[in-house]
Design a binder for this molecule. Structure first.
Ligand SMILES: NC(=O)c1ccc[n+]([C@@H]2O[C@H](COP(=O)([O-])OP(=O)(O)OC[C@H]3O[C@@H](n4cnc5c(N)ncnc54)[C@H](O)[C@@H]3O)[C@@H](O)[C@H]2O)c1
Length: 339
């Protein structure tokens, strides 16, 4: 990234903001953050970069091709890292069109602009949800079937089509696709499962666990993911896909994680509430094999230390997440008090 102009989409969001900070720390000469500032975008995540002459913010919808062309023409990026997306599964259940517009048409507008301006590398951020659920073993990169048949929610289906679209440009563009697992860390919007448990715990509310709580995810720390993306920008192979997920021994079920949060904060275990509500088609277990990436030298950190760091961060940054609680909670009808 040293001495490169990098255009990041969705850099005002959770994972994008971690990467923007890392790219500048690693020596990018210019960083353009393109973000529409939806409810999920928040420039306060990058307030520490104010005054850095290498950093520029452009408010722009990625699914508006003319505006995107203008941004590419005027900035001529060397590399694009595409994070921007509509990302919340529960929201996708009620407004799927918005997800297809952003996650498929927005991706297309970026790919076209990247081809037209001769971008050297386009790193597309996909998700492990494109594979769907797997009860045993782990998906390898070749296991994705073209189309959206494996994906469950409108979110996952739109990401699956965006993933195919990005790879279909490989002849005319140097495209690399990353498929990360369930991410967590500082600055995550409190609508997502882990920050919702943490912030509800800190607000004195019950921690709501859907279904039987035996859902399994590979919890990926935001900074480990930013490291993976930096590595792939440099060493990823054109037209290739890379799973990005740590392996936990033993695996972590939602209920184990919630019990651990309650114990870490010294709360009464009765604050855990098993809900009658469960997500429609809730995928039981996600698992990917990240050997292709670890072979390049990626080494994730210790997940339970990262969970503790994350809880401490939410404890110390109440003003930020409190300003988002009303929006985050407005989409849920899962607790006994709101059902
Ligand atoms: N967070 C996770 O657990 C996770 C896991 C796997 C993959 N991913 C993928 O990583 C990427 C980032 O996820 P996140 O959790 O940081 O998301 P986020 O919701 O925190 O941030 C998304 C950002 O995209 C912006 N955005 C949305 N629509 C836009 C549009 N039309 N034009 C321009 N900007 C727009 C938002 O303003 C926001 O800043 C996404 O592509 C997501 O699918 C996330």
């Amino acid at each position: 990234m040293e001495n490169k102009t990098i255009l990041v989409t969705g850099g005002a969001g959770f994972l994008g903001s971690h990467f923007v900070r890392k790219a500048l720390a690693d020596g990018a000469s210019r960083l353009i953050n393109v973000d529409a500032l939806t409810y999920a975008g928040d420039t306060r995540r990058l307030a520490d970069l104010e005054g850095d002459p290498r950093y520029e913010f452009v408010e722009q919808d990625i699914a508006a091709p003319a505006g995107i062309e203008r941004v590419f023409d005027s900035t001529k990026p060397d590399a694009v890292v595409h994070y921007a997306a509509d990302t919340h599964v529960t929201r996708s259940e009620s407004d799927p069109e918005r997800f297809y517009r952003t996650n498929v048409e927005g991706t297309r507008a970026l790919l076209d602009a990247a081809v037209a301006t001769g971008v050297e590398r386009f790193l597309h951020i996909s998700t492990d949800e494109v594979y769907g659920s797997i009860l045993e073993g782990a998906f390898k990169e070749v296991d994705k079937i073209e189309g959206d048949v494996q994906a469950s929610s409108p979110y996952a289906k739109s990401k699956s089509l965006g993933d195919d679209l990005a790879l279909s440009y490989s002849d005319s563009l140097d495209v690399v696709v990353a498929r990360p697992t369930n991410a967590f860390g500082p600055w995550q919007f409190p609508e997502k499962a882990l920050p919702r448990w943490i912030t509800r715990a800190l607000r004195g509310e019950n921690l709501l666990v859907w279904g039987d709580g035996l859902y399994i995810r590979q919890w990926l720390y935001a900074e480990d993911f930013a490291d993976a993306i930096a590595l792939l920008l440099e060493k990823g192979e054109r037209g290739e896909v890379y799973n990005v997920g740590p392996t936990h021994e033993p695996e972590i079920a939602n209920i184990d994680l919630v019990r651990w949060i309650v114990s870490y904060l010294g709360l009464d275990p009765n604050r855990i509430e098993m809900t009658a509500y469960d997500r429609p088609d809730h995928d039981r277990r996600y698992a990917v094999d990240s050997t292709r990436l670890t072979d390049l030298g990626w080494l994730p950190g210790e997940v339970w230390v990262q969970f503790a760091t994350t809880i401490d961060w939410y404890s110390n940054n109440r003003a930020w997440w409190e300003s988002h609680v009303a929006e985050a909670e407005s989409i849920y009808t899962d607790s006994a008090s709101t059902a």
